[in-house]
Design a protein around this ligand. Structure first.
Ligand code: NCD
Length: 358
């Protein structure tokens, strides 16, 4: 498969995403998108996450790698699992964590956002984890923070959700091995509004995946999606036939304007993943979903809770992958898990805070 990630100018946010993520030495400084990062970098993230997965299995799940660092969760859009797994990842690395939930309705890009940033920067923090309703917000923030601060994109509009994509790659590698060229992957559902699907497709291309299929009604497929090197299906059973991996996506009703679908019942009738339909895929298929799942809309409970589902593993692996990315952007060594385990660090180093400060 052609790697489409070699010279990206992102069509959604219209920015050259190539330079901003890497420092002069080619190291990851910000993690904003999977687009444009080479397979070495993506594999390095996965390998680093692997060493952290061992730590997460230990009785004392804490290492001192980011002791003394302050990480700010800056969430302009609601989130449960992404925010909490970032927070847990930061705590397991012994960083101080500040949670700031900002009601987006009063906040728009420009002065207010910059004011917010300047206020938080004055608290001498080292990293912003940003979730925002607007595509391009994480790039905007990365372009305006002080040079010592790293930014991780925790989901911006329809654009990108790179740590979700990497935890998905990690989950696939753990279940199917390192060779992605042997895999047929099917992504099903609301591709149009899905930052997760976009980040996954870039990562799949870079990791040289055998075949990537997208399956959706025409109204939920973005114009030009075929340029990303995927094969398009509008029929669920044909699309998941012989798939090794089936990734289900939520209908993002909060992002839909106008009637893109007749009804949820009709959507479930045509695109809901049931045990019966899943038979079209390979016997050892894994079923994934970034969450939150809508049972009876895109997926039947029997499948979501069934033997082929790895949905809860994705959540657990999200901690290891986020630990890996945080450590990499702050320029630390890859941990040797035997060496770095710190049984003495038991203090509560979290400063929780809610409410806006803009
Ligand atoms: C996804 C998101 O927010 O983009 N969820 C997540 O990060 N766990 C997908 C979704 O909201 O459907």
């Amino acid at each position: 498969m052609v790697n489409k990630a070699s010279k990206p100018t992102d069509p959604i946010i219209g920015l050259d995403t190539w330079n901003i993520q890497l420092d002069q030495n080619g190291q990851l400084k910000h993690f904003l998108t999977t687009e444009g990062l080479g397979s070495e970098m993506l594999t390095h993230i996965l390998d680093t996450a692997e060493s952290f997965a061992n730590i997460n299995d230990q009785r004392v799940k804490k290492v001192p790698l980011l002791r003394g660092k302050t990480i700010v969760n800056l969430f302009f859009e609601a989130s449960t699992r992404t925010r909490t797994t970032f927070e847990l990842a930061a705590k397991r690395l012994s960083a101080d964590v500040l949670n700031i939930n900002i009601n987006t309705s009063a906040t728009s890009k420009g002065e207010t956002l910059l004011d917010t940033l300047q206020n938080i920067q004055a608290m001498q923090c080292d990293m912003f984890i940003v979730r925002h309703n607007d595509s391009g917000a994480a790039h905007f923030i990365a372009n305006h923070v002080a040079p010592n601060i790293s930014v991780i994109n925790a989901g911006d509009g329809w654009h990108a959700h790179p740590t979700q994509a990497m935890l998905d790659m990690f989950t696939i590698r753990r279940n199917k091995g390192n060779d992605f060229s042997r895999l047929r992957v099917a992504i099903v559902g609301d591709i149009l509004h899905s930052r997760v699907a976009r980040s996954q497709i870039h990562a799949f291309n870079t990791l040289n995946t055998g075949e990537v299929r997208v399956i959706a009604p025409k109204t939920l497929l973005p114009v030009g999606i075929e340029d990303m090197g995927v094969n398009i299906f509008t029929d669920l059973e044909a699309g998941i036939e012989d798939a090794d991996v089936v990734i289900m996506l939520r209908l993002q009703k909060e992002r839909m304007q106008g009637a893109l679908l007749p009804s949820e019942q009709e959507y479930y009738r045509l695109y809901g993943l049931t045990s019966q339909r899943l038979r079209a895929a390979k016997d050892d298929v894994i079923v994934m979903h970034p969450g939150p799942i809508n049972r009876g809309v895109e997926i039947d409970s029997c499948v979501a809770d069934g033997a082929r589902s790895v949905i809860l593993d994705q959540v657990s692996y999200g901690i290891s992958v986020r630990m890996a990315v945080m450590t990499m952007v702050l320029g630390r060594e890859i941990p040797d898990t035997n060496r770095v385990t710190d049984n003495t660090s038991q203090t509560d180093n979290t400063k929780d805070q809610s409410g806006g400060i803009a």
